[in-house]
Ligand binder design. Structure first.
Ligand SMILES: [Zn+2]
Length: 261
């Protein structure tokens, strides 16, 4: 569909929906990351979240019941990673499915990239290549505590990563970004995290990043993207070069103001 036509239809739809700003404000009040965006950026965040809702149905599964406030919160979390990009970065997939809590995939399945999702292991979220994003509401609520976790950002970072050669930790970089420097600095951070896990143990509070990142480079990108938006200041301090690459990719500087640049 032509972009201007879609935008025009969305504008009309937006006007008809007539969500008061207060409904959005109430929906995101418990998520501190949203408070980082003020003024023009706040309007952009709200607008992007509502447009996201128009493009991607957020549907309930299992015994889940979703209301507008829950959908607005999920859509706002989804809007944050593309605030400096645009919603077209989420093209080619259509639905978010929300379970009440961590869900167990029905069986052992292998995706297009040979990644096996095994039976019996409950997941907080899952992103299928060109398919839906599946989330657990319990874990979304957990994202509102300030601990660096955010399952929505995690799964949507996978979606951005998948735009280039699948979920391999190498999303399509913008013109002028240095792929070799990206790989070098991400590899160095990976090795540091690996060494820290060996030294401190998997459960240590002193680890710079959730050790789940070490499952594969795709998980590393998703986990560090969560940290970039949820706990940007410690990430910037620990791995300034990686932070800078993420800032160039997402076109945001959350350690500073949260504003896209
Ligand atoms: Zn993941």
């Amino acid at each position: 569909m032509l972009k201007w036509l879609r935008n025009w239809r969305e504008d009309r739809h937006l006007a008809r929906l007539g969500w008061p700003d207060s409904a959005w404000e109430n929906a995101v009040a418990g998520w501190s990351v949203a408070q980082r965006y003020q003024g023009e950026q706040r309007r952009l965040l709200r607008d992007t979240a509502v447009r996201f809702l128009m493009r991607k149905p957020i549907v309930a599964a299992g015994s889940m019941e979703l209301d507008d406030a829950m959908r607005l919160l999920i859509a706002t979390m989804a809007a944050v990673p593309v605030l400096g990009l645009n919603l077209d970065w989420y093209a080619n997939w259509y639905t978010i499915i929300v379970y009440p809590q961590a869900f167990t995939p029905p069986g052992e399945v292998m995706d297009d990239y040979g990644i096996v999702h095994s039976e019996g292991h409950p997941l907080a979220g899952e992103a299928w290549h060109q398919g839906p994003v599946i989330l657990s509401w319990n874990d979304i609520e957990h994202a509102c505590h300030e601990d660096g976790y955010n399952v929505v950002i995690h799964e949507l970072a996978h979606k951005l990563d998948m735009r280039h050669d699948g979920p391999n930790g190498a999303p399509p970089l913008h013109r002028g970004m240095d792929q070799a420097a990206w790989s070098r600095d991400f590899s160095a951070a990976w090795e540091e995290l690996e060494a820290a896990v060996e030294r401190e143990g998997e459960d240590s509070e002193r680890l710079p990043l959730d050790p789940y990142a070490l499952v594969n480079p795709g998980e590393f990108f998703a986990v560090i993207s969560e940290a970039f938006f949820e706990r940007p200041v410690p990430l910037h301090k620990r791995w300034p070069a990686v932070y800078k690459h993420l800032g160039s990719f997402y076109r945001q500087d959350p350690a500073e103001t949260g504003a896209p640049h």
